[in-house]
Design a protein around this ligand. Structure first.
Ligand SMILES: *Cc1c(COP(=O)(O)O)cnc(C)c1O
Length: 440
């Protein structure tokens, strides 16, 4: 039975490689036809065939307030009437940068004194790395296996979900000399961290780390690990780049850093990157840090970075409106929903007799089909991934849209209320049974 989604996918594949503009959208690991979305509202998305789903993707995070929040949409519409792009500074950019800097604080501790706005998370991390190299005069970068920091050269080594789903070690087209500037070590492994600095310390510009890994499934840092990264990097004259593109303004008003600070784990990253929520669904990302580091960026300093669409007025309007509306109540709502749903997920899989572990980091969570929650990339990959496709499709048939890969977090929004949660809870047992009867 073919529907409008199938027709569109055929047409798309005739003109777009794989029919999609970002690989995970192609349903490669779950099979079947991707839903072409026509609209989204609150907690739901509606596809081209007119079917509405309760959404647990939230545009991979940005829809913190729910899709098409009326005040965010209105802010964008009003901005649009004033002009789509100027290529000149605007008042809104000042407001957004100040909002970001002000939110990321714990008492007197403020890791972000200056902010630069860019258009994608990839640009933010790419610029952060160039900045760290410019600041230290060193070349090497340390990253963790399974962590994703966007698709720039040198960051695609062992890079988590997208490449994990495709079972690629990295990417073709990255020159070996560039890949060689990235040292990949195991996550949550203090000895590996010590060893890489013992061997290469004086040549390491920075360690880049997801504030809490969420692109290989949800894999939280072990207690003290982020602080250890900061301390180790600083002891060797290197910088810590904390990648909060996914976690920033999603798990806590001050990001995962803020969540950890509130729980007593204090550390000071040198550069922090944001994306996803900070643009409220529009193309916008940011990097921030101490003044002495950030002021190395052009036009003040020698580290070049630029963008025709950087600080785009529509994106900025969406970002400002989203951050203003992202109150403590919003986080409390999402946290409670995540607690409830992660428990229901755990119970459904347990009742169906499926070996699994539900992992949580703040309000991010997902299940992996293995006996214990993974602590690193090797463990994340060592699971019965074949159980995910039937689980995913069962929920889809019941009107629930999950991320189309087992290596992704589930994303809730403030628009997921009791009604939506009840519907998801009611659908989970059948999906768990489908996972239970799956065969490799
Ligand atoms: C999504 C993501 C990126 C890349 O952001 P894009 O806007 O897709 O380029 C970088 N880092 C992390 C942790 C992410 O989750």
């Amino acid at each position: 039975m073919s529907d409008r989604n199938d027709d569109l996918f055929s047409a798309a594949r005739a003109v777009i490689p794989g029919g999609v503009n970002s690989p995970v959208r192609a349903y490669g690991s779950v099979g079947g036809t991707p839903r072409f979305l026509a609209s989204a509202q609150g907690a739901t998305v509606t596809d081209a065939a007119g079917t509405t789903y309760i959404d647990l993707v939230a545009s991979w995070g940005p829809a913190l307030l729910g899709h098409a929040h009326p005040e965010v949409v209105q802010a964008v519409q009003e901005a649009a009437t004033r002009g789509l792009s100027f290529g000149a500074p605007t008042e809104g950019e000042v407001e957004l940068a100040a909002l970001i800097a002000d939110r990321v604080r714990f008492g007197e501790i403020r890791p972000i004194e200056r902010v630069r706005l860019v258009s994608t998370g990839t640009e933010a991390t790419m610029t952060a790395i160039r900045l760290a190299r410019g600041a230290t005069g060193r070349d090497l970068l340390v990253k963790f296996a399974g962590h994703y920091h966007g698709h720039s050269d040198g960051l695609l080594a062992a890079a988590g979900s997208g490449v994990a789903t495709l079972a690629l070690p990295g990417s073709a087209g990255v020159p070996a000399p560039i890949a060689a500037q990235t040292l990949v070590i195991d996550y949550n492994d203090p000895e590996a961290l010590a060893a890489v600095f013992a061997e290469h310390g004086p040549r390491i510009a920075a360690v880049i780390v997801e504030a809490s890994a969420a692109n290989m499934g949800v894999v939280a840092p072990l207690p003290g690990f982020n602080r250890l990264i900061a301390d180790t990097a600083h002891a060797h004259g290197a910088l810590m780049i904390l990648d909060e593109v996914l976690t920033g303004f999603r798990v806590h008003p001050a990001g995962f850093w803020g969540l950890q600070a509130a729980e007593g784990e204090d550390y000071l990253p040198d550069i922090v990157t944001f994306g996803k929520v900070v643009g409220g669904g529009m193309p916008l990302a940011a990097l921030g840090g101490r003044t002495d580091v950030m002021d190395l960026l052009a036009p003040l300093g020698p580290v070049y970075q630029a963008g025709t669409l950087s600080g785009n007025p529509l994106s900025v309007a969406a970002g400002v409106a989203t951050l203003r509306l992202a109150t403590p109540e919003v986080y409390a709502t999402i946290d409670a929903a995540a607690d409830r749903l992660s428990r229901a997920l755990d119970a459904a899989l347990t009742d169906a007799g499926v070996e699994h572990a539900v992992a949580k980091a703040g309000n991010l969570f997902n299940a992996s089909f293995r006996p214990s929650a993974p602590r690193d990339y090797a463990e994340a990959q060592a699971q019965e991934t074949f159980r995910y496709a039937p689980f995913f499709h069962s929920l889809r048939e019941q009107g629930i849209a999950l991320p189309p890969s087992v290596f992704e977090a589930w994303f809730l929004t403030a628009a997921h209320g009791d009604e939506e949660l009840l519907r998801i809870e009611a659908a989970l047992p059948l999906a768990a049974a489908a996972a239970a009867s799956a065969r490799p």
